[in-house]
Write a protein of this length. Sequence first.
Length: 294
Amino acid sequence: MTKEEEEQKNLNEIGQIITYMMNNRAVDDFDGYSPSEMEYILYDPFGKNSPVQFCENIPDEVLDQIPILRMIEYLMNKIEETGELKLTKTGALPRNIVLDLYGRYYKDEGIEKYGDPLYKESDSRSIHIARIILEISKLGKKLNNRLSLTKTGKNLKNNRKELFFEIFRTYTQKYNLAYLDGYENQQCGRLGYAFTLILLSKYGKNFKNVSFYSEKYQKAFPAMIDSFESDYSTPEKMMMHCFEHRTFSKFLNFFNFVEIESKSHRSLQDRVKKPVNFDRTFRVIPSNATGKMD
């Protein structure tokens, strides 16, 4: 090896060491997690190297408190009774199923608070979303306007923990969280949802304003602000409202992983905390980042 080649090798090794140190140092904007850890949080949530994991043992009493799981189990049972479920001409659940299912495990704000009518599937957002999740997951399939269970669905039906995992993964990774909410940005709330779980695990013992979590999310993903425009509010406020709506009012509330203390229509002043079943479902590993990187 020539002197020049040896010097280049040394420079490459030094560069690798610096890159490793930078990727594994704590970042304030990531609430103390490193860029390397954040990469797993964003792109491989619940993978073996991710700081957030499911608990090994999730008892039935916890699963019983997850509304979307119970709703999908209800639909799967109805399908199993006859082998398939005939849908309406528009591909929706029949009215008798909608009326029987509504309110068993979840009640929609529009219906309960504002008296919106309930005649068909689309009148209940929770039932509509549950049917969508069943279809886009590996659990159910629609053919000739009839809904049936897949082989995977039949197998998972009696394995509630794995059934919950499939529903959770489908909701967070396949379902479009922006559906029906009116915000143009598609990624807010969905990108980094596991980071939000980490924040709630870390700070959610006591009630805190939703704005506390919205600000931390915005600090971690500041570039997202640029995609929000409004004539009546700032991009920062719009992003915070979007995050609150998708994360707390929809996602976490639909899974019963948050307690919400409402403050009228001022959603950013709502206070939230984690319920008991949160820590019985998720295990969050503290950051092992070294040093600090501003």
